[in-house]
Design a binder for this molecule. Structure first.
Ligand SMILES: NC(=O)c1ccc[n+]([C@@H]2O[C@H](COP(=O)([O-])OP(=O)(O)OC[C@H]3O[C@@H](n4cnc5c(N)ncnc54)[C@H](OP(=O)(O)O)[C@@H]3O)[C@@H](O)[C@H]2O)c1
Length: 324
């Protein structure tokens, strides 16, 4: 069993990591660090853990663990690593955007690999430090990577995606207040969302002249999940597109090409990404769906851990969707 530490364990992604790792066959949680809840039970922040563990949060970090997950807001991961030293053999998986872009990927001599297994499995297997992708970024890249790989993403791409309220973290805000969010939908950060940087870097790594992305993010009145639609000009047939995607994802245990149109409940509470293709005139419509806290965050982080330690890629991640 490898020993795992979690920093920021009272937040949403930290909580999901605890839930997954309590049931992981080859990993055990050594400590869960919290700045505000030391000595309190994990179930004080995550009441669903009552009866599953008596473990407490701690304000002490064990520097000699096998892997540490950083579940902190942007800017806090690099600050935390400056203030807390880990042993040379400790692997680090960071869920923030501190190290995702190439320009930020080397930090105090550590080289962070962008942790999207569908794009970089071989590099992840050899990596000691991982920058886990963003939730919108994961969902949108999985919708577009096969086209870029085939050099067929030369035209503008229009993307619309809607996310649940957990995407914004555990701290209440005006736009996660029940009275505002319930029965409501709105857009935010039109064409400027911060995940565009990492999406573009990945697409350009496969197709240098890939088209411009026009991304409209939306807030939905549900708690978890992302449904994204992307469309672009495509001259081939729908069957050709399906063949391209099935071949690209042949070795990806969590990304599936769906024959029928997809919906969010198929993937919520799982580490799956479903992708569907539909051709209309000369337009290809790609729909993709993930759970923002699992394939979009903590599930993918554990998938990366599995690859880094040579475990079965799906270990601890055979989860059940809440379809009804
Ligand atoms: N939510 C998502 O869907 C999602 C998806 C992909 C990626 N991410 C990224 O993952 C990271 C965590 O997201 P989240 O949604 O889990 O956030 P969150 O719910 O706000 O939790 C973050 C936790 O970090 C701890 N914290 C706050 N300031 C800190 C500091 N200065 N030093 C150490 N710990 C501090 C807090 O826990 P304590 O009070 O217990 O210390 C807090 O509960 C973010 O960078 C986010 O962008 C989130």
């Amino acid at each position: 069993m490898i020993k795992v530490g979690i920093i920021g364990g009272s937040g949403y992604t930290g909580g999901e990591l605890i839930r997954i790792l309590l049931n992981h066959p080859q990993a055990e949680i050594d400590f869960v660090f919290s700045t505000t809840r030391a000595e309190k039970k994990l179930s004080s922040a995550h009441p669903d853990l009552l009866g599953l563990t008596d473990m407490q949060f701690t304000a002490r970090v064990n520097p000699n663990i096998d892997v540490v997950f950083l579940c902190l807001g942007h800017g806090n991961s690099s600050k935390f690593l400056k203030e807390n030293l880990f042993s040379d053999s400790t692997k680090i998986i960071d869920l923030s955007n501190d190290f995702r872009l190439k320009k930020d990927s080397i930090f105090e001599g550590k080289e962070f690999v962008y942790g999207l297994p569908e794009l970089k499995k071989t590099e992840i297997e050899k990596a000691d430090y991982i920058a886990n992708p963003g939730c919108f970024a994961t969902t949108i890249q999985l919708a577009l990577l096969p086209l870029a790989k085939a050099g067929l993403l030369g035209q503008d791409v229009h993307i619309n995606a809607v996310t649940g309220s957990t995407g914004a973290g555990v701290s209440p805000s005006a736009t996660s207040h029940f009275s505002w969010r319930n029965n409501n939908v709105s857009w935010y950060k039109p064409f400027t969302h911060q995940h565009l940087g990492e999406i573009n870097e990945s697409l350009k790594s496969l197709q240098d002249d890939s088209g411009e992305l026009f991304f409209m993010p939306n807030r939905g009145n549900f708690t978890r999940g992302i449904l994204a639609t992307a469309y672009t000009k495509f001259t081939g047939s729908e069957a050709k597109a399906i063949e391209l995607y099935e071949s690209f994802y042949a070795d990806a245990p969590f990304t599936n090409v769906a024959e029928e149109p997809i919906h969010l409940k198929q993937v919520v509470n799982t580490n799956q990404c479903h992708v569907h293709l539909h051709k209309h005139d000369n337009i290809l419509l790609i729909t993709s769906a993930t759970d923002n806290l699992l394939k979009g965050a903590s599930g993918q982080a554990v998938q990366n851990m599995n690859l880094m330690f040579g475990f079965d890629e799906t270990a601890g991640l055979k989860l059940k969707a809440g379809v009804f």
